[in-house]
Design a protein. Structure first.
Length: 303
């Protein structure tokens, strides 16, 4: 019997994504999976649509309210651990997985016990050969993060062998049961954004290797345009970057880098005509910094 893989999907009023993802999971060749849909406080019609489309093998849990990416996944994680999953993956519902993705990921991890966490190569759904992520990098000079391979056409430049990386995106984060048990779940203070990066730092510091696996592939239904300029996303990315620095005990160099970058950004948005469209985000940045300073974490109303 192959190791059991628990797959956690969150649904929050976007049942069309969830249903398409479930259809792709029905095509996987890996023989021992359990799919767990956590409905994160959706409207009744969204939950009912997922129930109607899901097979009787899909577990559907209801959180009753929106717990965010962190709380929703922790809700599913608890179930997966209680029901004997050997591996557990956080999988965005707006994804389509290759049929052999889990075979490749599990084979890779079973062959190397030092690997605790793994992720696939992720492409844009609308541009199937354009890379969205092959792992992630942390710049400790300012606690900024970046996706490796972002917007690169796949010409085989990342090879076929697994490579170590600072983190894998929560879009598809697979970890051994023992890692989840030792490191714990996602930190719910983040609510959304930076949570998987902080979790991966904890996993690394606990002695586990994190890799991306180029042969394992999936496609993400995310737009090519940047989302970081929307008030909600910018707020969480700003506040949680500071929270990430605190949680990881970043050094003075990191804090000086963050302060310098934020100061330059505020000045540029205020003084340079080319950034006049960003000026409304100044108040969002200042609020995010204030909320971090006063301990207002978790979900906040923005915009």
């Amino acid at each position: 019997m192959r190791p059991k893989v628990g797959i956690i999907l969150l649904n929050y009023n976007n049942e069309h994504f969830t249903i398409d993802c479930l259809k792709s999971l029905e095509q996987v060749t890996y023989p021992n999976i359990e799919t767990i849909v956590v409905d994160n406080g959706s409207k009744a019609e969204s939950l009912n649509a997922v129930r109607a489309a899901a097979s009787d093998k899909v577990i559907i849990l209801e959180s009753q309210k929106n717990l965010g990416f962190t709380g929703g996944n922790n809700f599913g994680l608890k179930y997966a651990l209680e029901h004997a999953s050997d591996y557990i993956i956080l999988l965005n519902n707006d994804t389509i997985v290759a049929p052999d993705m889990f075979d490749i990921l599990i084979d890779t991890m079973e062959a190397d016990p030092s690997i605790g966490v793994a992720g696939p190569k992720i492409y844009y759904y609308d541009s199937p050969k354009l890379i969205w992520s092959v792992g992630g990098n942390i710049n400790w000079n300012n606690c900024n993060t970046s996706m490796l391979g972002l917007n690169e056409e796949d010409k085989g430049q990342y090879g076929e062998e697994p490579h170590q990386t600072d983190f894998v995106t929560g879009c598809a984060l697979l970890a051994r049961r023992e890692v989840w048990e030792k490191v714990g779940g996602l930190d719910e203070n983040f609510f959304i954004y930076y949570e998987e990066t902080e979790w991966c730092v904890r996993a690394t510091r606990a002695g586990y290797k994190i890799v991306y696996v180029p042969k394992a592939q999936m496609w993400h239904k995310i737009g090519l345009d940047a989302r970081a300029t929307t008030p909600r996303v910018y707020y969480y990315m700003t506040r949680n970057r500071l929270l990430f620095a605190r949680k990881t005990h970043a050094g003075l160099r990191s804090w000086l880098g963050i302060t310098s970058e934020f100061s330059r950004t505020l000045l540029s948005w205020s003084l340079r005509p080319k950034w006049k469209d960003r000026r409304p985000l100044r108040a969002i940045m200042l609020r995010a910094i204030k909320d971090f300073s006063t301990g207002k974490y978790g979900q906040q109303v923005v915009g």
